[in-house]
Design a protein around this ligand. Structure first.
Ligand code: PBG
Length: 317
């Protein structure tokens, strides 16, 4: 059953289709040309205009959706992340642009988190001792969900790992008449070194780490508890992140979830492949497709990947 390409194709258990892939994109306020991200060769911080072009191309390539991250100017960062909940904040303006251009032709997802908008770089607001205040943050997320839905998000992606975030976001959306806006829960999100390049991509202000709210890489069982809670709170999709170093967690989550499961091939996973490929140490395209196949095989129906458009074109050939 391995002798010819046609036989192998016939018996392949796992396929990757462009429609399974979601492209994460960065839109930065206050720049007039796309800006390269050094640690993610080939990925840029977009202007509003270049993002519109990129979103159009991704949709043409058959990619399943886009996940938007906003990068405000330093003047638009403060302790509460106020510009995350303003209609004229960069992320919400970009959502409006893309929804106006593309309507329902693709799935527009938005990162629902404060870290890009806070001057301290944490995913929530802080208490008087400088610790992330879970419950005060939930109110900010509720507001953010409604603003993003109003701006045109089909799906919001609460990524801050606050306890109770899915329930609060669901209730806020329903209360504002956005029953149809979905919630992609970052269910198992680990405090990972693999997010390193992303911090450059969003111009993160973070000092320290996120170990008090993101999960310990040593633990798998607690992901099942996170899953149970997210499903009970109304998650429409659940996600594991990072992807390749956590395929065991992904498999366990996929075995139990009764909603679609996503995985996020994060910035560091991308950077590893790019760095090795640039040295001629790995074949880029084969490695990209093999990594995406492995993530799908481990149980992800949807994969967020910076390679979404590139892979879609490879697959389309
Ligand atoms: C936080 C967020 C992060 C990523 C997505 N959302 C960074 C973090 O948790 O520190 C990382 C994505 C990547 O590395 O590609 N809003």
């Amino acid at each position: 059953m391995r002798t010819t390409p046609a036989l192998r194709r016939l018996v392949a258990q796992t396929r990757v289709c462009p429609a399974d892939l979601v492209l994460p994109v960065f839109v930065r306020e206050g720049i007039d040309a796309p800006t390269p991200i050094a640690s993610m060769p080939g990925v840029v911080q977009h202007t509003r205009d270049s993002l519109r072009q990129a979103a159009h191309e991704a949709t043409e390539a058959g990619v399943g959706g886009l996940m938007l991250f906003g990068v405000p100017t330093p003047e638009h960062k403060d302790a509460e992340g106020s510009w995350g909940t303003r209609a004229d904040g960069i992320l919400n303006l970009a959502l409006e642009d893309l929804r106006a251009d593309l309507g329902d032709a693709t799935v527009l997802m938005s990162d629902l988190c404060l870290d890009e908008f806070t001057d301290h770089g944490h995913c929530g607001v802080l208490d008087d001792q400088g610790r992330v205040d879970n419950d005060a943050t939930l109110q900010r997320y509720a507001d953010m969900a409604v603003v993003q839905a109003r701006a045109g998000a089909h799906v919001v992606g609460p990524s801050g790992m606050m306890d109770g975030q899915v329930a609060v976001v669901r209730a806020a959306l329903d209360g504002a008449g956005f029953q149809d806006v979905g919630v992609l829960a970052y269910t198992a999100k680990y405090a990972s070194a693999y997010y390193g390049p992303f911090r450059e991509a969003v111009g993160s202000s973070l000092q320290g780490d996120r170990k008090t709210y993101q999960q310990d890489p040593a633990n798998a069982t607690e992901s099942l508890r996170e899953l149970r809670l997210d499903l009970a709170e109304g998650a429409d999709l659940v996600m594991v992140k990072p992807a390749l170093p956590y395929l065991d967690v992904l498999r366990q989550v996929a075995d139990l979830a009764d909603v679609p499961v996503a995985a996020y091939q994060v910035s560091g996973e991308y950077a590893q492949i790019e760095a090795a490929a640039a040295q001629g140490w790995l074949e880029r395209d084969r490695t990209v497709l093999e990594s995406l196949t492995a993530i799908r095989r481990a149980g992800a129906q949807v994969v967020l990947t910076y390679y979404a458009v590139h892979a879609a074109r490879l697959l389309g050939r």
